[in-house]
Design a protein around this ligand. Structure first.
Ligand SMILES: Nc1nc2c(ncn2[C@@H]2O[C@H](COP(=O)(O)OP(=O)(O)OP(=O)(O)O)[C@@H](O)[C@H]2O)c(=O)[nH]1
Ligand SMILES: [Mg+2]
Length: 367
C-alpha cells in the first residue's frame, strides 16, 4: 500500500473541495453549501501553510525590517528584479541572463525625500508556488511582511503580472483591497448573531454557517459593508494580509511596447521602466513614495517651544505611541500623553492620548 502523509491527504481534500466548488453552480439554493465548502477550503489551506516546518528556520530568509517602510519586489524569474534593486539602492544583487539567479533575500535601502525605504529582492516566484514547494513558500512569507509590493514583469511577459497576483491571492495575500468591514465580538454563549444595516448578497444563515465552520461558535458579527461570500471567508480567516501593490513592466528599452494593447485586469496601470537604462525610474520612486503614504511630523523636545526643528518622516495613520517607540523604547516607556500643535490639534498645545494618529504637519511634544 502506498503510504500517504497527512500533508498528502490534506492536499487531496483540497483538490476534492475545489472541484466540488467548480462543479456547483452558484445561486441562492446552493449558496449555503458553497459557503460551507469555501470555509472548509480556507481552513485546510490555513493549516497546511502555517504548520511549523521540520528543521525550522528560514535559511537566510528572515530579514530584519529596517527603515521607514519595506517594499518587496515580486515577479517571475529574470524579470529584472535584481537589476532594479541595484538601480534603486546601495545593494549589489547578482544579475544574470538566466532564471533563479537570486536564491536568498537581498536587502537594499533607498533614500528618497527624507524617507528610508527598505527594498527586498527575492527569488523569482513561479505560478502555483505551493506551500513547501521550491522557494515559493519562503518568498511568500517575506511578501506577507511587506508594506508595499512591486509586482514586476517585463514587456515580453505582461500577463505574468496577473498570474503573480493570482498566485499571491491563492495564498491569502490580498492586493490593493481593504480589510472587510466586519467586527467579530466573541461571546461565551448565545450562538451567532449577525448585525448589518446593509442589504447583503449572502444570507445571514450562510454567514453564520461560514463562521461556525471556521470555529466561531458564539459571537456578535457586525457588518458595515456589502460583502461577497469570498470576502466573508476572508474576514473569518486568520492568515489574510492586505497589502497595496504597484505594477511594473521592465525592459521597455528592448521593444516598442504599447500599454493600450493589453487588458491587464489589474486595478492599476503598470509603470513602464528600464532598470538598465534608467528610463521611468524617477517616476517609479515617486510612485513608491506616494503609495507608502508618508507624512512629516515635527518633534518638540522637552523645554522647547513648538516649531519645525526636528522633522521626522513616518507613515500616515501611525499612532503617537508608535512614534514614541520609533524614537526609542526607553523614551517611550514613561510617556503617557502628548501635546500637539498645528494639523490635527483642535487648539494649540492640546493634550491627547497616545492612541491619537499623527497627521502631516503635526507638532508633537511627548509628556
Ligand atoms: N534590456 C534590458 N535587460 C534587462 C533589464 N533589466 C534586466 N535585464 C536583464 O535581464 C536579465 C535578468 O535580470 P535579473 O536582474 O537578474 O533578473 P531577476 O528578476 O533578478 O531574476 P532572478 O533572480 O533569476 O529571478 C539580465 O540579463 C539583465 O541584464 C532592462 O531594463 N533592459
Ligand atoms: Mg535576481
Amino acid at each position: 500500500m502506498v503510504h500517504m502523509s497527512k500533508n498528502d491527504i490534506m492536499q487531496m481534500q483540497i483538490k476534492r473541495i475545489e472541484k466540488e466548488i467548480r462543479d456547483t453552480p452558484y445561486h441562492k439554493g446552493t449558496e449555503h453549501h458553497i459557503g460551507r465548502l469555501r470555509a472548509r477550503l480556507a481552513k485546510l489551506k490555513e493549516s497546511l501553510e502555517f504548520k511549523p516546518q521540520k528543521g525550522g528556520g528560514g535559511g537566510g530568509y528572515a530579514v530584519k525590517k529596517q527603515g521607514d517602510a519595506t517594499v518587496v519586489l515580486v515577479g517571475p524569474p529574470s524579470a529584472g528584479k535584481s537589476t532594479l534593486i541595484n538601480k534603486l539602492t546601495n545593494a549589489q544583487s547578482k544579475v544574470a541572463p538566466y532564471s533563479f539567479t537570486t536564491v536568498t533575500v537581498i536587502p537594499g535601502m533607498m533614500n528618497y525625500k527624507d524617507a528610508k525605504i527598505q527594498i527586498l529582492d527575492v527569488p523569482g516566484l513561479i505560478e502555483g508556488a505551493e506551500a513547501g514547494k521550491g522557494r515559493g513558500r519562503e518568498v511568500l512569507s517575506v511578501v506577507r511582511g511587506a508594506d508595499l509590493l512591486v509586482l514586476i514583469s517585463d514587456v515580453d511577459r505582461p500577463q505574468a503580472l496577473r498570474r503573480i497576483s493570482n498566485t499571491l491571492e491563492e495564498h491569502g495575500i490580498r492586493i490593493n483591497k481593504n480589510k472587510p468591514a466586519i467586527r467579530v465580538e466573541k461571546k461565551l454563549s448565545g450562538g451567532l448573531v449577525v448585525k448589518t444595516n446593509i442589504t447583503q448578497p449572502v444570507s445571514r444563515e450562510t454567514i453564520k454557517e461560514i463562521a461556525r465552520e471556521m470555529g466561531i461558535k458564539n459571537a456578535e458579527i457586525s457588518i458595515t459593508e456589502r460583502l461577497t461570500l469570498d470576502r466573508i471567508v476572508d474576514a473569518f480567516s486568520k492568515n489574510r494580509v492586505y497589502i497595496p501593490a504597484i505594477y511594473v513592466l521592465n525592459k521597455v528599452d528592448t521593444k516598442n511596447f504599447q500599454l493600450k494593447n493589453y487588458n491587464f485586469q489589474t486595478n492599476k496601470k503598470p509603470i513602464l521602466i528600464s532598470a538598465e537604462t534608467g528610463q521611468g525610474i524617477d517616476k517609479l520612486k515617486e510612485c513608491l513614495w506616494n503609495e507608502l503614504n508618508f507624512i512629516r511630523i515635527y518633534l518638540v523636545k522637552k523645554d522647547e517651544e513648538p516649531g519645525f526643528n526636528n522633522p521626522m518622516t513616518i507613515r500616515k495613520e501611525t499612532k503617537l505611541s508608535d512614534v514614541a517607540k520609533m524614537i526609542g523604547t526607553e523614551f517611550a516607556e514613561n510617556k503617557k500623553k502628548a501635546r500637539i500643535w498645528g494639523n490635527g490639534a483642535k487648539f494649540p498645545a492640546q493634550e491627547v492620548s497616545l492612541t491619537t494618529q499623527a497627521q502631516d504637519g503635526m507638532q508633537i511634544k511627548f509628556i
